[in-house]
Design a protein around this ligand. Structure first.
Ligand code: FPP
Length: 246
């Protein structure tokens, strides 16, 4: 497959992008601010990213907002994050609706306060008919949890005569979303940190040194340019790629 001609060509636009939004704490500490202030600035970068990828025709954007391990952070930081999520859902909902963006939450939502659970359910219900892009917010999410809960439900509920990958994926929290094409991590670390472990099997990985609050359109465009230059093989030889995944 020849390198893509243009990074905005729909043929090379990833259908599903996921982001590990890392670096809020360091951004704040470098400025003598509280980590919570870093998360507030992170939310501004999140808004930019949602708009950027929706305008580029990406079908699904999955954001790692709170991992299953983040509960271990200092109580004040966790509380500030929970308050930020509640406010963000309320503040952003009108614009998401206007843009035709569907909101979906994945993760162990039963661990969150009732008020936040209610906001999540209401936001999902009020955007479920939207189809410009699906914005998936991972809250209380862990990749190992996702695989385990899918396996448990599969054993309990699956009636498939020939259990296969497609049938199993129907039990993952990301069921129905396009295959993950591009996984981005900001903040200089190069690891997946228990994010979309199953889903990232053939995703292209893009690591940025920039801290999440500083991520702007130029940085995001850089990730799409980088994706467009990659040759995706899905385990095949370069010669096979054109015929198998044309
Ligand atoms: C990781 O940076 C970031 C988080 C744990 C929180 C991410 C949340 C937001 C950006 C707000 C988005 C809100 C919604 C509703 C999507 P870190 O604190 O680990 O940074 P560090 O590595 O510098 O300490």
């Amino acid at each position: 497959m020849a390198p893509a001609s243009s990074p905005t060509d729909t043929a090379v636009t990833p259908a599903h992008v996921a982001i590990i939004m890392d670096g809020n704490g360091r951004w704040a500490e470098a400025r003598g601010l509280s980590r919570s202030e870093g998360h507030r600035m992170g939310l501004r970068a999140t808004r930019r990213a949602v708009e950027f990828f929706a305008n580029r025709g990406v079908r699904a954007l999955t954001l790692f907002a709170f991992s299953s391990e983040n509960w271990q952070r200092p109580k004040a930081e966790v509380e500030a994050l929970l308050d930020l999520f509640v406010a963000a859902i309320e503040d952003e909902l009108p614009e998401l609706r206007e843009k035709g963006i569907r909101l979906r939450f994945i993760g162990q939502r039963e661990e969150f306060p009732g008020q936040l659970q209610q906001r999540m359910a209401d936001a999902e219900a009020s955007t479920q008919a939207n189809d410009t892009m699906t914005l998936v917010v991972a809250l209380g999410y862990g990749g190992r949890w996702d695989i385990l809960q899918a396996a448990l439900r599969w054993v309990r509920e699956s009636s498939a005569v020939n259990p296969d990958r497609d049938a199993f994926e129907g039990f993952l929290s990301t069921a129905g979303l396009p295959e993950l094409d591009l996984l981005i991590r900001t903040g200089g670390e190069q690891r997946i940190s228990n994010f979309l472990l199953w889903q990232a099997a053939y995703a292209e990985l893009c690591f940025l040194d920039v801290l999440w609050p500083d991520v702007d359109d130029a940085e995001l465009q850089g990730t799409l340019d980088c994706y467009a230059r990659r040759q995706r093989r899905f385990g095949c030889t370069a010669a096979q790629v054109d015929t198998v995944h044309a």
